[in-house]
Ligand binder design. Sequence first.
Ligand code: FEO
Ligand code: CA
Ligand code: CA
Ligand code: CA
Length: 712
Amino acid sequence: MLKKELDLGYDECNTSSNESFENVLADRLSRRDVMKIGACFIGASLFGSFGAQLNADDSSTSTSVPAAAVLLGFNAVPKSLADTVSVPAGYTSKVIFATGDPIKMGVSTYKNNGTDSRDFENRSGDYHDGMIYFGLKNDNSGYDATNSKNGLLCMNHEYINQNYIHTTAEVAAIDKTARVTAQVDKEIALHGVTIVKVTDSGSGFGIDKSSSYNRRITGDTPIALNGPARGNVLLQTSYSTNGTMTRGTLNNCAVGSTPWGTFLTCEENWSGYFKGDTRTGKEAIAMSRYGIKSTSHFGWESVYPQFSASITGADATADYRNVANTQGYVVEIDPFSPTSTSIKRTAMGRFAHETASLGKLTVGKPVVFYMGDDAKGEYIYKFVSNQNWDAADANGGLSAGNKYLDAGTLYAAKFNADGTGQWLKLAITEPAISTYTTYPFVDAADVAVHTRIAADVVGATKMDRPEWCDVHPTTGEVYMTLTNNSDRGKSGKYGPDAANPRYYTDTCETTATNKGNVNGHIIRWKETGEEGTATTFMWDIYLFGAQSDANGTNINISGLTDDNDFSCPDGLCFSEVTKGLMWIQTDDGAYTDVTNCMMLAAVPGNVGDGAGYSVANTAVPTNGNADQTIATFVGKDATASTLKRFLVGPKNCELTGIAETPDGKTIFVNIQHPGEEGTASTLTSNWPDGGTSRPRSATVVITKNDGGIVGY
Ligand code: FEO
Ligand code: CA
Ligand code: CA
Ligand code: CA
């Protein structure tokens, strides 16, 4: 979701003074002193303690992990501005499910001209995003983790494009203060989640519209509120006066899945859907920190009061002043129980949730999820369950979710300049939080609902927009994309730090000038003792986005070439089948003069496989900050055998969402918002239907023509 980032809350709401300048300076000075010894020595000594361990791991897993050269055996797909999906020679892509497509029998074919006005609860939503494939038994009676021909595809629909879902005349007449109910109904129903059965009966995957599993969860569906905030006054609305229910899930971006067979959908930039008002005291602080503004993005509140986070009644049970407190969570959905009520898990915190990615799973130990908060200068989080994992709970559905996701410990990450890191506990029992006078927290519910403020208090590190993360299937190391940050290095904002070390001007651009961390990077960390419950870790920067012809001293630091250069990593996902292949997807606005967004295949090494590095941020003469040289840690340079472009999408799209079948022979990829820069009268893309059609987001199925595993 690129074009409207400003509207929906990627903007900084974090005005905390975390990482005080004194601390950063002190850290930098001490790092610089060490750097004098020599970068190679730094890398060796810093990572040496588990370097030996990594070598041992390498030998023990060498038989199960294919060699890198074998894994990326395809020819790189060239950068492209064509209005098509390009995949390597020897691969085929096919569109199976686009915006408006029916998910039930008897629903008419989508006309895609703005006049479709009924049945949107029975059609695909818009802006396809994160996605998980769950194998389904051949008799369709339930979950089968091994079935690669019959499954349920669960996908998010992050957003909408009004230009393409209404008629041109309707779009021209939109008045945010007096919306037309039928148009709002359509817009709300195009948000949320789709669960749809997909089957390959011999000629490739297609949608099975007859399945009783098929359903939509939309911006209006009743959803329960569980965890520490359930029933709290902060969640009371006139819809649920006891604060246990809400309606709708919005701006669903990345995803996760649980070991007990459920789908996790993450509510990202939900704040722009609600119209706020002027508050005082704690409420004013909270609304500002979460970016609730006096106008909403779509004006839905002009039709439905549930989108007006304003005081209009006698108390919280008489209006929707608290409705925004019921958004911003990880939502658990049981795809195999079509009549079940989905549940928002408040124990996992409230922010602009991206992925909820399962950590290394061990019987008898807590279940761990890694999460990011995607806005400028926001934080990385970890949830650790109170309950230890019991394999008897596999297939436990939402009741297992109640056991593991309603009680646990939430942490925010602090990345130190010496390559170490800490998980900082966010709990009312922490003295720094319980004694914070600016925003006096009253209980665990207050911390769960106002996670960002608690993370400010403990001093988490402001990151360059945390997007997706995933856990390496064999090393357990965690990779997270930091897509970009135009605030980094900006006058009046925060400067670079070791974990977010770059700011620069994109001087190669021919159509726009971008500043800050323009092309983004991917950070990774290794938990101490390889334990998900650890409160310390080691980190480095796995990969820096850059165009290949950019300055290699402070921009193209990872040695990218024409075959693997990219900008703004967003989607990220390990293949469970190949045990080491990682997909990277881009949501870019900086390199799009040269190429449409893309997907790359990577074979990463380990934290510490590179060296210490000094980034000289010297090329930003007008941003107001003094030039700063930052010491950091960088993974090994990318090579043709460790990073290769696999796919380039159609015009104005973003690549997002990836799922694989258990045999690895089919992958599903989502193409989001093709033609986003256009309007119905000036189309910039006609993908996927061609001709003069309006563009649509869609799921494509990719297979290897020889029937082999994708990625080799
Ligand atoms: Fe929805 Fe952060 O991308
Ligand atoms: Ca995205
Ligand atoms: Ca550029
Ligand atoms: Ca993005």
